[in-house]
Write a protein that binds this ligand. Structure first.
Ligand code: NAD
Length: 446
């Protein structure tokens, strides 16, 4: 009979066989974003040798809330929408994270996004935990007044969860400064007080921070500068493709173009557009301002419409920027991705299987929890300014942002070199260690 060996090498071999078996069993099934997030956690937790108690306290969300939102439509009828708020972890500070309005929102996605917020705030070392919210709705199908009633109902329905010291929402996909203004007003009305620090990403006149609107892309650009320096590459003339041309993607195009990069392709929900010599981001931004999306951009500019928008991810560019949704690069298409650097403006654009393929190819990935942390960092500055009642100028905001992003990049790169792991696992190692230390100090493992 075969002896049942339990040396670390044998355990690792059995785990690998088990992983392969699971992969075979679930072939063809799409893993949820939350499954993906947990796998990323496990990789780092294993290296840190966390105890079961430690994992139990910081891995799963602390609170998941689901609400039904009745909203009167313009024609007098009532529609019921489903809304979520997940508070993943609050040991380092109040929950922080955006609210997404999208027809595909589901609880697993919101859990994943809240999870990433916990570790994102820890990577950049700001005193927040992680949260995220979502409403299942295609906002393009609502009038402005229907959207306002939905936003106010969402906030009012969960008002006890929110607060400057409890949980502070912000914009995410399909929510913007106007939605944040409605959230802030709803909360302030209910509390009969002026409370701007309950949400970030507000209009500047309402206590928003200078620089917030472009902060995610600006933070990504600081990371790209660091990556290019580390890899000894040249940013000037580097070719770039960007998936998603909303807040994060459009500013990413603008800033990298200003740095001398050639933006060869951009895409959004209505198509992907290519020009070998380079797309002028200002032209694309103006088109979106006029038309609402990139639809028909090839009719107003010298660009080609790509027949398959997903092929944007496979272009032979130096830098690829996913800035749309999760799970865009998977084991299906990862081996066709050619970029040298992937800068993740979006949350969770690569699955762990895709990560493995990219690692073998030597692609340098700037992981989401580091790369797009500029948004939450300036949200933190906004919260600080609201509480001080003293407002900073743009130069100060961006110099502080640069300092937070550069520090975070350096710490993650050091961990990547020291532990001999890719940047994503390194970022989780740094973040999990910080969350664990605070949980330990607070006695949560007692
Ligand atoms: P947004 O709503 O402003 O833009 C999203 C863009 O993605 C739109 O152009 C939309 O058309 C496009 N898109 C949607 N589905 C697509 C598809 N299948 N293919 C191509 N494009 C598609 O949202 P945003 O704020 O720019 O956020 C984009 C990503 O960045 C999200 O993953 C979000 O979580 C992440 N992020 C945003 C911020 C921020 O401050 N805005 C901060 C951190 C992370």
């Amino acid at each position: 009979m075969e002896e049942h060996k339990s040396t670390p090498a044998h355990i690792e071999m059995r785990e690998k066989q088990y992983d392969e078996l699971l992969r075979e069993l679930h072939k063809g099934e799409k893993a949820s974003a939350f499954d993906n997030a947990l796998k990323q956690f496990d990789r780092a937790a294993k290296i840190l040798k966390l105890t079961d108690n430690q994992v139990a306290v910081i891995k799963e969300p602390r609170r998941v809330t689901e609400v039904k939102l009745p909203v009167r439509m313009d024609d007098g009828s009532i529609s019921i929408f489903k809304g979520y708020r997940v508070q993943h972890n609050i040991v380092r500070g109040p929950a922080k994270g955006g609210v997404r309005f999208h027809q595909d929102v589901n609880v697993e996605e919101v859990k994943a996004l809240a999870f990433w917020m916990t570790y994102k705030c820890a990577v950049v070392n700001i005193p927040f935990g992680g949260g995220k919210g979502g409403v299942v709705v295609d906002p393009r199908k609502l009038s402005l007044s229907e959207l306002e009633r939905l936003a106010r109902r969402y906030f009012a329905e969960m008002i006890d969860l929110f607060g400057p010291d409890k949980d502070i929402p912000a914009p995410d996909v399909n929510t913007n400064q106007q939605v944040m203004a409605w959230f802030m007003d709803t909360y302030s009305m209910h509390h009969q007080s002026h409370i701007p620090a309950v949400v970030t990403g507000k209009p500047i006149d309402l206590g928003g921070s200078r620089g917030r609107i472009s902060a995610t892309a600006q933070g990504m650009v600081y990371c790209v500068h660091n990556a290019v320096k580390h890899l000894k590459l040249n940013l000037k003339g580097a070719t770039v493709a960007i998936q998603g041309f909303g807040n994060a993607g459009s500013f990413a195009a603008k800033f990298l173009h200003q740095d001398g990069c050639v933006i060869q392709a951009v895409s959004d929900i209505d198509g992907a557009f290519y020009c070998e010599k380079g797309i002028d981001p200002e032209e694309a931004i103006k088109h979106v301002q006029r038309a609402g999306t990139l639809k028909d951009f090839d009719k107003s500019a010298k660009v080609e419409k790509m027949s398959n928008p997903m092929e944007l991810l496979e272009l032979p560019v130096n830098i690829l920027i996913p800035a749309a949704l999760e799970n865009q690069i998977t084991e299906e298409n990862a081996d066709r991705v050619k970029a040298k650097i992937i800068a993740e403006c979006a949350n969770g654009p690569l699955t762990t299987e895709a990560d493995d393929v990219m690692e073998q190819k030597g692609t340098f990935i700037i992981p989401d929890i580091l790369c797009n942390a500029g948004g939450v960092t300036v949200s933190y500055f906004e919260w600080v300014q609201n509480r001080m009642g003293y407002y900073w100028n743009s130069d100060y905001v961006f110099s502080e942002l640069k300092s937070y992003m550069d520090d975070a990049f350096e710490v993650v790169l050091d961990a990547s070199i020291n532990y001999k792991v890719p940047m994503r696992t390194a970022a989780f190692i740094v973040a999990i260690q910080r969350v664990t230390n605070v949980a330990e100090a607070r006695g949560l493992y007692a």
